[in-house]
Design a protein around this ligand. Structure first.
Ligand code: SF4
Ligand code: SF4
Length: 456
């Protein structure tokens, strides 16, 4: 959109009036159909600062800081545009990065501000101007040197396979397909030589290095479903953390390498257990490939449901019975739900399980609260040991704890025994607070739930 079109468009803005009273999120009935332009990085100009998005912003609702909700952040951008305020690297970092990029504000915005596009672009701009949080520099360097954000060596990425027969076999299949030397450059990955395996499992950094219980469960579930799959021996970080934190230029090299790797493998379907990797492939990789990836993307919940339907399988939870079902509630990860629109497949899959009963939390699907870990907030502000003594961090830490506690409290209101999510970040963040609080509610990933099921 050029400057003239943008100005004309702004004249259409509807004045929405005061925010809805009370602390509940505004209902859909209160939301005027937005004149929505997905991806419009200038849509902040449309912001009327109506305050609707305050009610759904979990960061604002814990910090009460005007710069922490979308309307407030939009004010800062406008003020910078008008040069009403000076750009100050130190000052700008918290207001830009203390956002989980959960997208809940975009869901309720009556005038169609694409807050995710705006805030991700803002991060790009401030990072280019040198406002880079110190911890982000460490992550960026680790990705460059190790292909993961954890300072782990690349060679150890598939160590988790050693304790899982199904994964070991998948790795063997992957290695038999690629002829590669020890270099990590994508040009060194030669064309496939082995028999074609049609399904690939993209594991992701966190499940590879930190949560092998998820990668193991996913591998075993695929095996139970009778799916022959491979893992990609040259897999690198998907780049999600870089895209979310304004380092898109650095992410593109990872995108290129992973994309070429998948194409060369010849797989038709790529499966993800991590919602962050899934959304990055769905959005950023698709854009990189001009919406023509050449392979299909499935979250494990979608793929499992597809196989269950195709093979007409029944599912039974082996630890409980139909008469004494496990009571669970499902937490929508932002990256699977609001980012990719996958709301119903996980629920349909869960409802098909005999011995499990699903309860919904009040905030579900597009209105689900974030777990608190998104947008780099956990990575940049979650570790009190690193940034001890800084007032901002103390505030953010308190904010994060409140967010997670609220989500768990809501889950408990459903009388559920288990909160199930389908993203390793949600699982980790919610598991941590459940543990710290000795919460009676258990937290698990959907792959773990499925792994306790039989398919027949
Ligand atoms: S981003 Fe949308 S909902 Fe939030 S204050 Fe601006 S106009 Fe209102
Ligand atoms: S994306 Fe989420 S955390 Fe960020 S301003 Fe919007 S509602 Fe708040």
């Amino acid at each position: 959109m050029n400057e003239t079109e943008r100005k004309k468009d702004l004249s259409d803005i509807i004045t929405t009036g005061p925010p809805v009273a009370g602390w509940a999120a505004p209902s859909k009935a209160n939301i005027i159909d937005p004149i929505y332009k997905p991806g419009d990085i200038y849509s902040y100009e449309r912001c009327t600062h109506c305050g609707y998005c305050r009610h759904v912003c979990k960061v604002y609702n814990t910090s009460w800081s005007e710069t922490d909700y979308a309307g407030g952040r939009n004010r800062i951008i406008k003020a910078l545009d008008r040069k009403d305020i000076k750009f100050d690297s130190e000052e700008i970092i918290p207001s830009v990065f203390r956002c989980m990029l959960c997208g809940n504000c975009a869901t309720v915005c009556p005038v169609g501000v694409d807050t995710l596009a705006v805030f991700q672009h803002l991060r790009k701009v401030v990072v280019k101007k040198g406002a880079v949080p110190a911890k982000l520099v460490i992550i960026k360097n680790s990705l460059k040197e190790n292909n993961n954000p954890f300072l782990e060596t690349h060679a150890d990425r598939f160590n988790w396979c050693d304790s899982c027969d199904e994964a070991e076999e998948a790795l063997r299949r992957g290695k038999s397909i690629f002829v590669s030397d020890d270099s990590l450059k994508s040009e060194d990955v030669k064309a496939p030589k082995g028999p074609a395996t049609k399904v690939g499992y993209f594991v992701g950094c966190t499940s590879s290095y930190r949560n092998k219980e998820l990668s193991t469960a996913t591998s075993q579930v695929l095996n139970k479903l009778g799916v022959e799959f491979m893992v990609f021996p040259e897999e690198r970080c998907c780049g999600s953390v870089l895209f979310r934190t304004g380092l898109e230029d650095d992410a593109l090299e990872l995108v290129k390498q992973n994309y070429e790797m998948v194409r060369k493998s010849g797989v038709e379907d790529v499966i993800f257990s991590c919602s962050g990797c899934f959304s990055t492939f769905t959005l950023e990789y698709s854009k990189y490939a001009n919406n023509n990836l050449g392979f299909n993307l499935y979250h494990i919940t979608q793929y499992a449901l597809k196989i269950v339907k195709e093979k007409n399988l029944k599912i039974r939870y082996t630890k409980r019975s139909k008469d004494d079902p496990l009571l669970i509630t499902y937490h929508d990860p932002c990256h699977l739900g609001r980012y990719c629109g996958v709301y119903e497949e996980p629920r349909e899959l869960i409802r098909r399980i005999e011995g499990v009963k699903l309860y919904e939390m009040k905030h579900n699907r597009s209105m689900a609260w974030c777990c608190g870990a998104g947008g780099g907030v956990k990575a940049l502000y979650g570790d009190i040991a690193v940034e001890v003594g800084r007032d901002r961090l103390t505030e953010t830490r308190a904010c994060m704890v409140r967010i997670r506690e609220d989500r768990l409290k809501e889950a408990m209101e459903t009388t559920a025994e288990v909160l199930v999510s389908s993203c390793v970040f949600c699982k980790n963040n919610l598991f941590q607070v459940a543990n710290e609080d000795n919460s009676p509610i258990k937290v698990m990933d959907i792959s773990q739930l499925l792994n306790d099921c039989e398919f027949y």
